[in-house]
Design a protein around this ligand. Structure first.
Ligand SMILES: Nc1ncnc2c1ncn2[C@@H]1O[C@H](COP(=O)(O)OP(=O)(O)O)[C@@H](O)[C@H]1O
Ligand SMILES: O=P(O)(O)OC[C@H]1O[C@](O)(COP(=O)(O)O)[C@@H](O)[C@@H]1O
Ligand SMILES: [Mg+2]
Length: 491
C-alpha cells in the first residue's frame, strides 16, 4: 500500500473564524526559503528518486502541513483555558517547552488561564485534576535553567474518559501533551474519546524522547544535551581505562530499543573501541566475538573502551536466564543488565587469558537525561512550543508538532506512534560509528553474527522507515504486524 496525501492530513476542530493576532504581520509576509505560507506543504521525502517513484504531480506528493501562525484562528483567545502535562521519562528541555507554551499563549494570544497538570497523566484523574497549578509568565520565567519538569511526570495508565471528564470539569479547551511514544498513545486515545463525545478540545502533542526513537522528527528535543552529557562519561571512563594496566572501560547508556545516544555520544568523544546497540546483535564467544575483540584491543593498545546501550545484547541475557520478563506501569519492557554481564564475562575471559584486567564501569543512567537543555536544545524547544500553540489556536487536534527536514510541521498523532526509529545497520550513522571504532566487519558490523535483525520483537506500527542520518529516515520497508493486515509503506 502507498501512503497518500490524505493519510498525512491533520484533524481540525472546525472553521477558523477569529482574526489571529498575527494576521496583520502575516498579510505583509512573503514566502522565502525560510518561510512556508500556511497553505503550502512540506514534502515527506527529499530525494529525487523517492519523488520520481511516486509518479505524481507535486501537489499530490506525500507532504505535511506546515506549522506556524495562521491569519485566522479557531479559538477566541479570551475564552481559552489551556492545559499542559508532561509524561513519561524525563528529557532535557521539558521546562523550556512548558515555558515557551505559556509565554506564547499569554504574550501573543492573550490567553489568561493555563493549567499545569501535575505528575503526568495522573494529574488528569478525577482525584488529582484539582491540584493543577496556574502557569503564568512569572511562574515559568526561570524554569528553563533547570532540568526535569516543574510539573512532574509519571508512568502508568489512566482511563481516557476520566481524563476527558477532568478537562471538561476544569474548562480546558486546548491540551498540550509533552510525552514520548506512550504519552502520544495516551493523547491519541484521549483525542478519540473527546471526538466520540463531540467536544471541542484541541489535543496537541510535543513528542519527547531521550532515545531519539520517535519517527517523523529530525532529532528529538533534548537529545543533543543528553548525548553531550553521555560523552563526558565516555571521556572519564577512557581516561580511567587508559591509566590502568589492562584497563577495561565500560559505559552503559540509555537506549531501550534504539542506540542513538550510544552512537552519537561515541562519535562526539571518538574514544570508544566498541559500540554495542540493540539494533546490531553480537556474539560474546568465537574468533569474531566480543571477548576476542576486547582481548585484541587490550593486548595491542593496553586498554579498551566499550560503550553499550542498555538494550543491547538482551538475547544474550535471555539465553542465560537473566531476563525478568517484566514491564513497568506503562507497559515498557524492563531490561536485563547488559553492563553487568559484560563486566563479568570480560573479566573472566581476560583473567583466563593471563591478563590482569582493571574494570572501570560507569552507568550514568539518569545523570544523562536530567541535565538542563543546552543552548541549541533551548532554541529548539522554544520553537516547538511556538508551533504547538499556533496549532492549537488554529483548531488542529490529534496533531503533533515536529521539525521535519529542518521545517516545523504538523503530523497526525497516529503516525508518531506508528513505528519506532532505529539505527539502521546499513545506514550512514552506523557506518560512521564503525569507521570511528576502526571496525569494518564483514557482516554489517554484527560482531560475529550474521543474523542481523532490524525489527525488534515487540515492534508495533503501520510501517517502518529505517533510520538514517541525523534522525532522518532512509529506506522504507514493509513489516508484517502480528494480527494486522499488510502494513503500509510509502511505496
Ligand atoms: N498504549 C498506551 N495507551 C494509552 N496510554 C499509554 C500507552 N502507553 C503509555 N501510556 C501512558 O502514557 C504515559 C507515558 O507513557 P510512558 O511509556 O511511561 O512514557 P513516554 O511517554 O515517555 O513513552 C503514561 O501515563 C502511560 O500510562
Ligand atoms: O527508569 P525509567 O523512568 O523507567 O526510564 C528508563 C527508560 O526510559 C528511556 O529513557 C526511554 O524513555 P523516552 O524515550 O520516552 O525518553 C530509556 O532509555 C530508559 O530505559
Ligand atoms: Mg516511551
Amino acid at each position: 500500500m502507498t501512503m497518500h496525501l490524505d493519510d498525512l492530513r491533520v484533524r481540525h476542530l472546525g472553521e477558523c473564524h477569529y482574526d489571529s493576532p498575527f494576521s496583520e504581520m502575516l498579510a505583509a509576509k512573503r514566502t522565502s526559503p525560510h518561510y512556508v505560507a500556511e497553505g503550502d506543504r512540506v514534502l515527506l521525502e527529499d530525494t529525487v528518486s523517492m519523488l520520481t517513484e511516486h509518479d505524481l504531480p507535486p501537489a499530490e506528493l506525500p507532504s505535511f502541513e506546515a506549522a506556524g501562525p495562521r491569519r485566522k484562528i479557531y479559538f477566541d483567545p479570551a475564552r481559552v483555558t489551556a492545559g499542559v502535562v508532561t509524561c513519561g521519562g524525563l528529557c532535557p528541555g521539558l521546562n523550556d517547552v512548558i515555558r515557551g507554551i505559556v509565554q506564547e499563549l499569554t504574550v501573543h494570544y492573550g490567553v489568561k488561564r493555563i493549567l499545569g497538570f501535575r505528575n503526568g497523566l495522573r494529574g488528569l484523574t478525577a482525584e488529582n485534576c484539582h491540584d493543577a497549578e496556574d502557569l503564568t509568565p512569572d511562574r515559568v520565567r526561570e524554569i528553563h535553567n533547570s532540568g526535569g519538569t516543574i510539573l512532574g511526570s509519571s508512568r502508568g495508565g489512566q482511563d481516557p474518559d476520566e481524563m476527558v471528564d477532568s478537562l471538561v470539569l476544569r474548562g480546558v479547551n486546548a491540551l498540550f501533551v509533552i510525552g514520548g511514544d506512550g504519552g502520544m498513545r495516551a493523547a491519541t486515545n484521549l483525542a478519540a474519546a473527546i471526538r466520540r463525545r463531540g467536544l471541542e478540545i484541541a489535543v496537541i502533542g510535543v513528542p519527547k524522547t531521550i532515545d531519539n526513537d520517535l519517527p517523523y522528527t529530525d532529532q528529538s528535543f533534548g537529545f543533543q544535551s543528553a548525548f553531550a552529557q553521555a560523552a563526558n562519561f565516555i571521556a572519564s571512563v577512557a581516561t580511567e581505562a587508559a591509566a590502568s594496566p589492562d584497563g577495561i572501560g565500560i559505559v552503559k547508556l540509555m537506549g531501550r530499543h534504539s542506540g542513538f545516544i550510544a552512537c552519537y555520544a561515541s562519535l562526539a568523544r571518538n574514544a570508544a573501541d566498541v559500540v554495542l546497540i540493540p539494533e546490531v546483535p553480537f556474539a560474546l564467544e568465537g574468533p569474531d566475538g566480543l571477548l576476542a575483540r576486547v582481548e585484541r584491543h587490550v593486548r595491542e593498545k593496553g586498554f579498551v573502551v566499550i560503550v553499550v546501550a542498555e538494550g543491547a545484547g538482551q538475547d544474550l541475557l535471555e539465553e542465560r536466564g537473566l531476563l525478568a520478563d517484566a514491564t513497568d506501569p506503562s507497559g515498557n519492557a524492563k531490561l536485563g543488565d547488559i553492563g553487568a554481564l559484560l563486566r563479568e564475562t570480560i573479566t573472566a575471559h581476560l583473567t583466563e587469558a593471563d591478563l590482569s584486567p582493571t574494570v572501570r564501569y560507569i552507568d550514568p543512567s539518569y545523570a544523562v537525561r536530567s541535565v538542563t537543555a543546552n543552548a541549541y536544545d533551548s532554541v529548539y524547544c522554544l520553537r516547538l512550543a511556538h508551533a504547538a500553540v499556533h496549532a492549537a489556536m488554529a483548531g488542529r487536534t490529534e496533531t503533533a508538532v515536529v521539525r521535519w527536514r529542518r521545517r516545523f510541521v504538523h503530523v497526525p498523532m497516529p503516525l508518531i506512534i506508528s513505528h519506532r526509529n532505529e539505527v539502521d545497520p546499513d545506514g550512514d550513522l552506523w557506518m560512521s560509528v564503525l569507521e570511528a571504532t576502526g571496525y569494518l566487519a564483514p557482516t554489517r558490523g554484527s560482531h560475529g553474527r550474521s543474523d542481523v535483525k532490524t525489527v525488534p520483537h515487540d515492534y508495533r506500527g503501520i510501517c517502518q522507515l529505517s533510520h538514517d542520518r541525523d534522525g532522518g529516515v532512509g529506506e522504507p520497508r514493509d513489516v508484517e504486524l502480528p494480527g494486522a493486515g499488510p502494513v503500509r509503506s510509502f511505496r
